[in-house]
Design a protein around this ligand. Structure first.
Ligand code: DQA
Length: 152
């Protein structure tokens, strides 16, 4: 099973960016933890980050046939990007949305997510652990759906 992990804008700055909100862990360190967790779960993860909406859309489109699921922290595009939501909807890739901070406990403009309606679910507010639980949730979801699919 292969999982694509996408990090959106400004997440390359983790570790130095508003550590009181996002913690002190760097993106590299989060990715390393996801790789170890994936190995333990017997799945493969590929982690990529972009500050550009269109690049994220391209990567989601290109994931079809190569990946079984998508774990995404869309950053600020969560609140603005119909294009990313449409790409997820168009590809039908099972998606889990994650956020380091609890977006519902912050400014009201962060309360709306374009991604949530096209995601299997969302994990928000647990710092780097949001990614770990997000990966565990996505893998469990994919295993359950393949176990119940008529072709298996
Ligand atoms: C974020 C929350 C977003 O509102 C913000 O724009 C981010 C990070 C999070 O992980 O908490 O860039 O997605």
């Amino acid at each position: 099973m292969r999982i694509l992990v996408l990090h959106g804008p400004n997440l390359n700055l983790l570790g130095q960016r508003e550590p009181n909100v996002y913690g002190v862990q760097t993106l590299d360190s989060i990715n390393q933890q996801l790789h170890s967790q994936a190995q333990a779960l017997g799945v493969e993860v590929v982690c990529q980050q972009s500050n550009h909406e269109g690049v994220l859309v391209d990567w989601i489109q290109q994931a079809v046939g190569k990946f079984d699921g998508l774990l995404i922290n869309p950053g600020a595009y969560t609140h603005t990007s119909l294009a990313i939501a449409d790409a997820i909807r168009a590809t039908g890739l099972p998606t889990v949305e994650v956020h380091l901070s609890n977006i519902y406990a912050r400014e009201t403009y962060r309360h709306h997510s374009w991604i949530a309606p096209v995601a299997v679910g969302q994990i928000s507010g647990f710092g780097a652990a949001s990614y770990r639980w997000g990966l565990a949730a996505l893998v469990t979801y994919l295993q359950q759906s393949s176990a119940h699919s008529p072709s298996t």
